[in-house]
Design a protein around this ligand. Structure first.
Ligand SMILES: [Zn+2]
Length: 459
């Protein structure tokens, strides 16, 4: 119009002309790149994944050596020779630990210019001083694309999905939030422990809006179920098809109970504050490792020896394409096992089960007991409710458990028998009432692992 129109322009106010939508173009270009990378990775075939990853690792190590103050110092001190390659490179790389992250707080491990960071987050600091994490726009979009692929298997236009995990300081809630929005779902970002939207309000909104899905921790799904039931609703009738659970591990016994109660499928997404998502569910409900962005090792937590697929060990990861914060052989402290069988969905990315944190293991008589194995042992006894707490006092295992359906004395005795048979140790098992459990959980940021101390504080 302006090119053809030679009439003098009338005086106008100086409203700036809209700039070309560079942000949108840039975002589209990054998305297309990330999608192409993901498809190219899936087309590799399982046998070529390892060599592809080792090539990326070499590049990531060179990048970290050049740009990350932390790794520059570490490699200079540790003498990792230039030109080391392949499995030899992986084997010789020193571990990176949570303590390294704490010491490097806030920017010691950042390799990209600070001006290129689009997000900065921190751990909650519930287990010591906080650690930081950061991402560039490309890091962010790469993660978003993986998450979209996963949530797009479950949700789409017409679906309302509640995101009931913490938005504060972390990336996971925003990542899932954006992915759900991109696949066409209607997102309700309720968060948790918020003064604006306490859990009672979330429950009322679920009854009103009848979402197709809820993103929350398994324990939160249980609490919401209780609250809705107390309000006179039948949660199974509200139309929730899928509970996407994050932030907490869960035994098969507990998952089965939650699934039965809600009449919904439970799928998981797993990640860490430092890395964002590390495993995302496919249409078959199995959690696929993000092997296109990370090289994973499963190691014996005590000796650092590699373990075979199917064996539970510590997940150790190396980023392959991270710009903001490359991490090399980072010890997550999470216990996982890789499924030996490939998933029927055909993805080259292996699937994984999360068994809790190595630090959550209870040690009784010098023997470690995995939380999840213990939970399975407790909650698979008929007559148990949904909640239990465990701890070790004076060398003896103590269990508090809810027994709503059968005489508590009988249920507790059966649990103690089961523990003796499975873990070869005695346990004191006593009943706890629902009201005490509820009070304890509502004040917890991560209500997954109730402890004896939590129950005592809530009395
Ligand atoms: Zn699959």
């Amino acid at each position: 119009m302006a090119i053809l129109d030679h009439t003098p322009a009338a005086p106008t106010t100086t409203v700036p002309a809209p700039a070309p939508d560079r942000a949108r173009e840039r975002h589209s270009a990054l998305r297309e790149t990330a999608q192409a990378e993901l498809h190219a990775f899936e087309a590799l075939g399982r046998t070529r994944v390892r060599s592809w990853q080792l090539d990326r690792l070499r590049e990531q190590v060179a990048y970290a050596r050049r740009e990350s103050p932390f790794y520059r110092r570490r490699f200079a001190a540790g003498g990792l020779p230039d030109g080391t390659d392949g499995d030899e490179l992986l084997r010789r790389l020193p571990f990176t630990t949570k303590d390294d992250l704490r010491d490097g707080y806030p920017f010691g491990l950042i390799a990209a210019p600070l001006t290129s960071l689009v997000r900065y987050g921190e751990s909650t600091g519930t287990t010591g001083s906080p650690t930081s994490s950061a991402i560039t726009y490309q890091d962010w979009v790469r993660g978003n694309v993986s998450t979209e692929l996963s949530v797009g298997q479950r949700f789409g236009p017409g679906d309302t999905v509640f995101v009931a995990i913490p938005y504060e300081l972390s990336f996971a809630a925003y990542d899932l939030d954006r992915a759900l929005e991109t696949v066409g779902a209607t997102v309700v970002g309720v968060g948790i422990l918020s003064a604006v939207c306490p859990i009672e309000r979330t429950a009322r909104m679920i009854a009103t809006l009848r979402p197709a899905g809820i993103v929350c921790s398994p324990t939160r799904a249980l609490r919401l179920f209780d609250l809705l039931t107390e309000m006179g609703h039948d949660p199974a009738e509200l139309g929730v098809r899928t509970v996407l659970y994050v932030g907490e591990t869960c035994s098969p016994a507990k998952l089965a109970k939650i699934s039965r109660m809600w009449q919904a499928e439970l799928i998981s997404a797993y990640g860490t504050t430092e890395t964002n998502s590390l495993a995302l569910s496919c249409g078959h409900g199995r959690a696929h490792l993000t092997e296109d962005r990370h090289l994973f090792e499963i190691l014996d937590p005590a000796t650092g020896t590699p373990l075979a697929d199917g064996t539970t060990g510590e997940l150790v990861l190396s980023t392959l394409v991270a710009q903001a914060m490359p991490l090399l052989r980072y010890r997550t402290g999470d216990l996982v096992s890789v499924d030996p069988e490939p998933c029927p969905c055909g993805s080259v990315r292996r699937t994984v089960r999360h068994h809790g944190r190595a630090s959550d293991r209870l040690v009784v008589d010098g023997r470690p007991i995995d939380r999840l194995d213990l939970e399975e042992s407790v909650l698979s006894v008929p007559g148990t409710g949904l909640y239990y707490a465990a701890g070790v006092r004076d060398g003896l295992l103590h269990i508090r458990v809810e027994c709503p359906d059968r005489p508590a004395r009988q249920v507790c005795a059966e649990i103690a028998d089961g523990i003796r048979a499975r873990f070869r140790t005695d346990a004191t098992v006593t009943e706890v009432d629902r009201a005490t459990v509820g009070r304890a959980m509502d004040r917890m940021l991560k209500p997954g692992n109730l402890t004896l101390e939590d129950l005592e504080a809530a009395r």
